[in-house]
Design a protein around this ligand. Sequence first.
Ligand code: ADP
Ligand code: MG
Length: 714
Amino acid sequence: MFFYLSILLRKTVDNQYLDGLMRPKSIAVLGASSDPTKIGHSVIKNIIEGGYEGKIYPINLKSEEILGVKCYKSMLDVPGEIDAAVITIPAKFVLEAIDEAGKKGVKGLIIITSGFSEVGNKELEEQLVAKAHEHGIRILGPNIVGTLSNAEKLNASFAPILPLVGKGALVSQSGALLIAIDMATFTRRVGFEKLISIGNMSDVDFADLVEWLDKDENTSSISLYIEGFKDGRKFMDVARKVSKPVIALKAGVSAHGAAAAASHTGSLAGAAKVYGAAFQQSGIVQASDLGNLFDLSLALSLQPPMKGENLLIITNGGGVGVLATDAAERFNLPLKFAPKDVQDELKKHMPVFGSAKNPVDLTGMAGNDWYHDSVKFSFAHDWVDGLAVLYCETAMTEPMDIAVGIKKAIDESGVKHKPVCVSFVGGEKSEKAMQWLVENGIPAYAGPDLAISALSALREYARMKEIVSEPEEKLENIDKSAALSIIKAAREDGRDALTEIEAKQVFAAYGLPITATKLAKSEEEAVVMAKEIGFPIVMKIVSPEILHKSDAGGVKVNIKDEVSCREAYKTIIVNAKAYNPDANIHGIAIQEMAPWGTEVILGSVNDSTFGPTMMFGLGGIFVEVLKDVTFRVAPVSKKSSLRMISEIRGAPILAGVRGEAPRDREVLAETISRYANMIVDLADEVSESDANPVLVYEEGRGVKVVDARIILKK
Ligand code: ADP
Ligand code: MG
């Protein structure tokens, strides 16, 4: 018992335990082979040729030595300690090998062998993990290429060589892609310190590696190629706390194959939106594609975050200057004119027909000195938060001289807390100059838009980190037990859908402003209740089998008197029976008629990866056709709710357009935040829900929830 507890503690508290796995002082290779067609041969060869300086122990029953290194029949025969063991033996022998590793005191297993959960053999994989944990061993894999580190000179993989040296680490869920990226580091001239194949993630997962890499002094940024998380919340919790930039490329975000769902929110929440929200909420920069992953990894591994909005562009070509300006706007970092003192100084470093505004155009006459002087001055100036230096190759200048001048200027400015990115457009000389810049810590790109996109990622990173560190707030006046008793009653009734009336009672328990509603079971009751509430009223069918009430002719609005009330009662019942003869009709809801307001939708899904997830968007046609909605993994603070309100395309409608008064975004934000809190609180019960529509009134007049839907977990 105590033993298991200590493993648990070690697993959660101390990820330094991965040291044995990630930077072993000695390494064994199970299945090491002299046969060049075997993976066990590639691995041992790669470890030797990579220049690994620790102890290497090939394990093989038959051989005396492999590639000049003494072989052992078993790990137990090895005289010294073994930190990590690479496993390349067939799947069916792995379990036994773990026992041996346990006896030997091995700390980590790099299980390259495949044939586990990826081919449906889940049970064996679970057994591996259970056994490894019995011995306090961590597992990377199975079904991986291996792990590569330039700092450790360790290529414990079947990828042929260590990648081009860089500062960031990259973790890949695809093995084939890892090998391809390894090769591509040389052609793209973007290096990595580490490449780690994560495979089936039976034990060590993205969260564990991110946590460990954050503390690794050789790693300056963390790039991830992700196909899917097992536990999205665990990842978010870790990612929020790391101090190094994390860049994620998420594959599989297309609508294809998205599960059909009962509610609006379900059908609108694809993996793209939910993962996107989760990344944003954890301060993770999202790459759009593989090329972008390289570009952003380069920038974030070399440069600090951009802490303000002021981007200055220095160029010698009007064309690239304009392209960069366009890109800045496209990437959400629009240019502002530089202040007068900046312009006055810069004018000294250009001909009269140059421009000092921003972009700063030194003109084609710009030589090394102009570049050097204007870069040095600008980078040191307080107004500038980030700098893009662009250069078009000219006949008069040598790209390498310009590059050296830029680097010198940056160093001489003494500024280390702002980012700079460079783009040279030209031929081979420009290529070489950019390579030199990258080797000297300055990201350089072949297109102006790429340099701007990199700076925008550095800006986005800083913005997200601010949001991530916002304190959480506590909401008052919440009655969870009232909500649970309503849910319990519905379950006892054998249902997993609440009626609108029940759903509104749950909403009310979380302080959401709902319309006053009563349930009438007869025409007479309806009239009495209508008078109590006061005309005009709204009448709606109440039946667990009729979730889309209007479709069934089950909603009548603006009922002004008793006669219409009686008539509506009969009509709604007839319509409902015609729509679904088997429907269980609880009665008719008699409801306060809310005045007209802007229609929005709030909703939730219980995402399989991230759990309760909140949606907000404009209602009516905007949600049906334009799908103008945004997501957050719940809970959502009031501040973040305000950001949700302002980030949908229809945001100006709520801000007040064409002389219309602005809507009450404060109360709307509070409502979103309360809703999000509710779905976290009730995560064990609620599968999907929505409030569609919620009517939003002028500032100071609040909001009203007029419809409510809750589907319970089965
Ligand atoms: P459903 O979505 O199941 O068809 P709703 O309750 O949303 O039913 O009603 C349909 C429409 O009727 C709403 O979109 C809204 O425009 C209007 N409506 C419903 N209830 C009210 C109410 N209490 N006050 C004002 N308008 C209402
Ligand atoms: Mg509705």
